[in-house]
Design a binder for this molecule. Structure first.
Ligand SMILES: NC(=O)c1ccc[n+]([C@@H]2O[C@H](COP(=O)([O-])OP(=O)(O)OC[C@H]3O[C@@H](n4cnc5c(N)ncnc54)[C@H](OP(=O)(O)O)[C@@H]3O)[C@@H](O)[C@H]2O)c1
Length: 324
């Protein structure tokens, strides 16, 4: 079968289109013929050797996909063959991958393969940031950085549906327009404006209740300045680099604020919590309450171009790789 692989860390050019051995499902696993794979910022970080977990060479990127179950291993339910599924997994930039049977998310008829490959990482992360890490509710004001990205558009919609007021930041006016289309009440061009000052103006000097910061070094200090007393800043990424160290007493005590961090894969250690997120998100997608903006779709062999565009901040919404 064909797959994208890399043998050293580096830029997008290390991604190669290679002939590799088709995997066999181990006990409790299934073999999925992948139709569409989702691209995430994490894939670019791992390729550069800057992710939470290091690559193991030869590495095939890809943390999510959709497809059809083709074969089951020992101790996996034979009736799974033929199911249309989505999943969070590994080595998804490939024609086939193996997945633990209990990680499969069956796709209802209303959810196609493109949507199916697009939601497992971003929509679930948005759900857990807003409902597991905090409790979004009417009357709350939420600040979403990189608001036109894959994560940003999911966060805007989920927070708006809960009744929150949503402020966003983006680097360009085109991205700001898209964030507004998906429901953002106000969007600030953080490459041109001191966003923390603007947030203060937009909130009558008070600041926001919740900041969702995936940008890191470039935004962290401003995110703290934009936070209301008793506010909560969740760091869930560092697209611009790691933030400065924080002195919690000096920085947070005077306004009784909270800073926390979130990683989606940690929810796998709490299966009931992970399942609750899947049910909520699949229902929202199937009933049309949650939309996915597919900003870029490329054939799998052009994965390097997808990474290049994402790292150059040229993309909006979700990026997909068409496999079969
Ligand atoms: N913790 C978790 O479990 C988890 C799960 C999913 C995603 N994430 C994180 O969430 C963030 C967004 O992920 P995504 O896949 O949805 O990507 P994305 O938002 O579609 O793309 C990244 C966006 O970040 C912004 N950005 C700001 N500074 C940047 C820089 N120096 N280089 C590149 N981009 C920069 C850009 O938007 P502007 O041009 O508008 O600035 C860019 O479009 C990433 O940091 C990712 O690691 C974390």
């Amino acid at each position: 079968m064909k797959a994208i692989r890399y043998h050293v860390t580096g830029g997008p050019e290390v991604l190669a289109w290679e002939e590799v051995e088709k995997p066999r499902p181990a006990s409790g696993e299934v073999l999925v013929r992948i139709h569409v794979a989702g691209v995430n910022f994490a894939d670019t970080l791992m390729r550069r050797g800057a992710y939470v977990t290091p690559p193991s060479f030869p590495e095939t990127p890809g943390l999510e996909a959709s497809g059809i179950v083709e074969e089951v291993g020992a101790d996996a339910e034979p009736g799974l063959v033929g199911w249309r599924v989505a999943f969070m997994g590994q080595r998804c930039y490939a024609e086939y991958t193996t997945v633990p049977a209990d990680a499969l998310i069956p796709l209802p008829a209303q959810i196609g393969f493109e949507e199916g490959a697009a939601f497992p990482v971003q929509a679930l992360t948005a759900y857990h940031l807003l409902y597991t890490m905090d409790q979004v509710r009417p009357g709350m004001t939420v600040l979403v950085h990189a608001a036109a990205g894959g994560m940003g558009l999911q966060l805007i919609q989920t927070a708006k549906q809960a009744g929150a007021r949503v402020l966003g930041t983006t680097s360009t006016e085109e991205k700001a327009n898209l964030a507004r289309q998906y429901g953002a009440d106000e969007v600030i061009l953080y490459t041109q404006t001191d966003f923390a000052e603007r947030v203060k103006e937009l909130t009558g000097g008070c600041g926001v209740d919740l900041v969702l910061d995936s940008v890191g070094r470039a935004t962290f200090a401003g995110s703290l300045r934009a936070l209301a007393p008793f506010g909560h800043l969740i760091v869930y990424g560092a697209a611009s680099g790691l933030p400065e160290k924080l002195n919690v007493i000096g920085a947070l005590m005077q306004k009784s604020q909270k800073v926390s961090a979130f990683w989606l894969f940690s929810t796998l250690q709490a299966p009931a919590m992970a399942t609750r997120g899947v049910w909520q998100v699949v229902d929202s997608l199937a009933t049309g309450r949650l939309k996915i903006h597919i900003g870029l779709k490329l054939p799998l062999e052009q994965a390097a171009e997808a990474h290049r565009k994402m790292e150059a901040r040229e993309t909006m919404g979700k990026i997909l790789l068409k496999v079969s």
